[in-house]
Design a protein around this ligand. Structure first.
Ligand SMILES: Cc1cc2nc3c(=O)[nH]c(=O)nc-3n(C[C@H](O)[C@H](O)[C@H](O)COP(=O)(O)OP(=O)(O)OC[C@H]3O[C@@H](n4cnc5c(N)ncnc54)[C@H](O)[C@@H]3O)c2cc1C
Length: 384
């Protein structure tokens, strides 16, 4: 595969280590993780040993923006072997990012080292049972109790990794559930009285990564465990990072589709030649290849904008996420088609790519909402 840019030698060396981790540790387990919905703490520990979760943090726990490009490169590579494992690693970086950027020092120091060494896990809770896209409709409320305590009550839905998490970063309204009430984000240990995690939800994609609803019933924590940013704004910044990750999973799925479909059509004989000789097959792979390069390039621009600060260029990140995830969905369906009946056999990875790619079009803002935001911007923009 031709890359469109050069990494420096240290980054190339690190990627070689990550590739070895993928082929020797992730690939042999990817099918069991998926079919058995098996969580994978030992792989997360191995990843932490290589330094994957800690990649974007300096030794003093601050954020090192110069490492974002490499971090996203690793996400694409790992996702091409297992979406669930890539998700487990990149959400540790997401939670760590929010702690390092906005948590009080004692809260950051309580959780960040464990995220980096793989011994602790977090969760990121915005969505509610009645509101996903419409985040402002959230009804989870933090009420002050005396001078130093808040009581959180509400329910968050679809919370990735919550059954295995040690803490959750939760978006709340302050004082009332009104649509325009001020918002805050709190870091809540999962063993706080009043926090309960619902049953593990059976999902079709990213299987092996557990998810559940999280209930807060008069859950009392120090008000100081609040992120130092308007809740909505801070979570949107986190969402921008999560959108770049989702785009990278999607690009990883296109890369896997090229790998799997390429090998299959080279090998499979029909009517006296390999499928790879057929122009209609070459055309499908050609479009896959082009979209792989295009999606990667757009994501690299999005990552660079995030690394530059201020939460990144929201429109660029929306465009990259939407383009990559929609392209992935199209191409993994083509990869399944190119495998014929084997494409829908549960022991062939391409059908897993199809289930995982579908999820990337839904999480972190659906393709529709990104198109809507980009459309509004397009109408207002000066295209002269
Ligand atoms: C595997 C998985 C993991 C997740 N992990 C997390 C997590 O860790 N934390 C978290 O907070 N959430 C998480 N979510 C929730 C996810 O972010 C939401 O599912 C997503 O935002 C969509 O919200 P919804 O499901 O409520 O759909 P809805 O908002 O009800 O949307 C339903 C449909 O209506 C469309 N729609 C809605 N509004 C508009 C509009 N204005 N214009 C056009 N179309 C519109 C949508 O595009 C969609 O097609 C996860 C979801 C999944 C599936």
């Amino acid at each position: 595969m031709t890359l469109t840019y050069q990494l420096d030698a240290d980054a190339e060396q690190f990627l070689a280590v990550v590739k070895d981790f993928c082929t020797s540790r992730v690939a042999p387990r990817a099918q069991d993780i998926d079919l058995g919905a098996e969580f994978f703490p030992s792989l997360l520990a191995d990843a932490a040993e290589i330094g994957l979760q800690g990649l974007i943090f300096a030794d003093d726990g601050s954020i090192d923006p110069t490492m974002f490009a490499l971090a996203h490169e690793t996400t694409e590579l790992i996702a091409s072997y297992s979406g669930a494992v890539a998700l487990g690693i990149s959400i540790a970086r997401l939670h760590g990012y929010l702690l390092a950027a906005y948590a009080p020092a004692d809260v950051r120091d309580r959780w960040l080292p464990g995220l980096i060494d793989g011994s602790q896990r977090g969760a990121f809770a915005l969505s509610e049972p009645h509101s996903g896209t419409d985040i402002r409709a959230g009804r989870t409320v933090a009420m002050p109790v005396g001078a130093d305590t808040v009581s959180i009550t509400g329910e968050k839905a679809w919370i990735t990794q919550s059954p295995e998490a040690h803490f959750v970063i939760v978006l709340t309204k302050l004082g009332s559930a009104d649509r325009d009430a001020p918002t805050a984000a709190f870091v809540v240990p999962m063993d706080t009285p009043g926090v309960t995690v619902g049953k593990d939800e059976p999902m079709s994609g990213f299987r092996g990564m557990p998810m559940a609803n999280v209930h807060f019933d008069d859950c009392r924590i120090p008000s100081a465990w609040r992120l130092d940013v308007d809740g909505f704004r801070g979570m949107l910044e986190g969402l921008n990072l999560a959108r770049l990750d989702a785009g990278c999973y999607a690009v990883g799925f296109i890369r896997a589709a090229l790998r799997e479909a390429g090998a299959y059509v080279r090998d499979r004989q029909a009517f006296g030649s390999s499928l790879a000789e057929l122009q209609i097959v070459q055309e499908k792979l050609g479009r896959m290849h082009a979209d792989y390069l295009a999606a990667r390039s757009l994501l690299r621009e999005g990552v660079a904008s995030f690394a530059a600060g201020g939460g990144g260029d929201a429109h660029l990140i929306s465009a990259a996420k939407m383009f990559a995830t929609d392209a992935a969905m199209r191409h993994v369906v083509e990869a399944v088609q190119l495998h014929g009946g084997y494409g829908v056999h549960l022991h062939y990875p391409v059908q897993r790519l199809m289930r995982d790619a579908k999820i990337t079009q839904i999480i972190d803002g659906t393709s529709e909402i990104h198109a809507l935001m980009l459309g509004r911007a397009a109408v207002r923009a000066d295209w002269a």
